[in-house]
Design a protein around this ligand. Structure first.
Ligand code: AMP
Ligand code: GLY
Length: 430
């Protein structure tokens, strides 16, 4: 069967890498892809939000399965677009429609969904510009640190954790009145701060049945010791030492099941991945956020731990028969270290030639932001450039593989964190 993966990052490279290993995969395309996906699939120069362009390509190449990587096209309704056209209705799509994608597209909606279905989450209220005064009063009724979230998509930057009431009030005004995040902050969710350790759980569902994929933890800050600015993610590990079976069972009972049931009760046919960002507060899970896609770089550790045929799983999911598919997970640990351009997440240069990829003999390099120049060289094409994934019998061994590989790859100004996974060592499941 012919498959099209939509997206251009490390997540899409990892998905494509695994799909490619399936005997069921005939032709694999990635739109628009990167230098890494070009090695294993055919890149197609169509943007992720060019639905008409993607539709024409799908018809022309007889594509039967469309795997949507990033949130943007999902929130913009790629699934609805395909379903609205008679000639495209046979295409199986992994990714929810617009209604389901609101779980990520609107924080206000996802909070009311969680409250309605009694899914544990931080206490919160939502305010618009007209309700600024009430919002300021609400802030006064809480104690710092305070969490403010732009309602809409803000490229991962829409969350502010204010350390004082003054800072929180200023941020609320900036968001509601000065349009700090544009339309995305026309509404702001104010919520209580949850104290705990974070991890993410990934679910693949056909709307009725579901499979819980390996959990992961990502490292968001640019600096070692979790300092400095937030990024898209500087590394990830799976499994997560503190996610014991009892904790994961709580996640299943209190979060996953009510989420799937809730979607059904809302009449939302959800087919795709759900990424549940969780806080472990003294052994109990609280939902921080939903995303309607896989995480990046979490995918680069979750997917390599899946032993089963991913294409068969996705196919079963698309056909509403996920209960008939097998999910076998590798007991080994996976880690990934993100190599980024110097300056990221602020201004950085693109177009640097990357050395060492060809002679890499440790780990797997998933390309996050690369392309091929006129001379055929692989060059940097983004802030996050290469995710170096390693596997080993435990986190420590996997990290050795990741870092040995990371050392081999270089370009001017390459940077990576040396402490990925360090906080989890010694927490291995027993
Ligand atoms: P989000 O964009 O929703 O993933 O939020 C970004 C980050 O802010 C999360 O990964 C958490 O580290 C942090 N965060 C969000 N909400 C809360 C909360 N209620 N309490 C503590 N930390 C939070
Ligand atoms: N790594 C976090 C995300 O994909 O949103």
């Amino acid at each position: 069967m012919n498959v099209l993966v939509v997206g251009a990052g490390g997540r899409e490279h990892a998905l494509a890498w695994k799909i490619k290993q399936s005997e069921k995969c005939d032709h694999l395309y990635v739109a628009p892809g990167n230098a890494g996906t070009a090695e294993i699939a055919e890149n197609v120069a169509i943007g992720v939000n060019d639905f008409e362009g993607l539709a024409q390509f799908v018809l022309k190449q007889n594509i039967e399965l469309l795997v949507v990587g990033p949130e943007d096209p999902l929130v913009n309704g790629i699934r609805d677009f395909f379903e609205s056209r008679e000639e495209l209705r046979h295409v199986l799509i992994i990714g929810p429609g617009k209604a389901g994608a609101r779980l990520e597209g609107s924080k206000d909606y996802s909070k009311s969904f969680m409250n309605k279905y009694q899914i544990p989450t931080a206490k919160s209220r939502t305010f618009t510009a007209e309700e600024l005064e009430e919002g300021l009063k609400y802030l006064e009724s809480m104690s710092a640190p305070l969490v403010l979230k732009a309602d809409g998509l803000a490229a991962g930057k829409g969350v502010i954790i204010a350390q004082s009431l003054e800072e929180a009030k200023l941020s609320l005004k900036e968001m509601l009145i000065d349009g700090k995040f544009g339309e995305a902050s026309a509404k702001v969710v104010i919520e209580e701060f949850l104290e705990g350790i974070e991890l993410s759980v990934f679910v693949l569902t056909d709307g009725e049945n579901y499979k819980i994929l390996p959990e992961a933890k990502d490292y968001k800050r640019i600096g070692e010791g979790d300092t400095g600015l937030n990024t898209g993610g500087m590394g990830a590990v799976s499994p997560v030492g503190f996610a014991h079976p009892e904790f994961l069972e709580k996640v299943n009972q209190r979060v996953v099941i009510p989420t799937i049931e809730g979607l059904k009760k809302e009449g939302i046919l959800y087919n795709g991945f759900i990424f549940i960002g969780l806080m472990n507060v003294k052994g109990d899970p609280y939902v921080i956020e939903y995303n309607v896609r896989m995480g990046d770089p979490e995918t680069e550790v979750v997917i390599p731990r899946i032993k089963s045929d991913l294409l068969e799983l996705l196919l079963a999911c698309g056909q509403g028969q996920l209960d008939e598919a097998d999910l076998e997970v590798d007991e080994r640990a996976a880690t990934t270290v993100m190599l980024v351009s110097g300056g990221y997440p602020e201004a950085y240069e693109k177009g640097r030639v990357i050395n060492g990829l060809k002679s890499l003999n440790s780990g797997i390099s998933f390309h996050a932001g690369t392309k091929i120049n006129e001379k055929g060289e692989v060059i940097t094409n983004g802030g996050r450039v290469i995710a170096l994934t390693g596997m080993g019998k435990d986190t420590k061994e996997a990290l050795k593989v990741s870092y040995k590989g990371a050392e081999k790859i270089e370009w001017e100004d390459v940077y990576y964190r040396n402490d990925i996974g360090q906080d989890l060592l010694g927490m291995e499941k027993g």
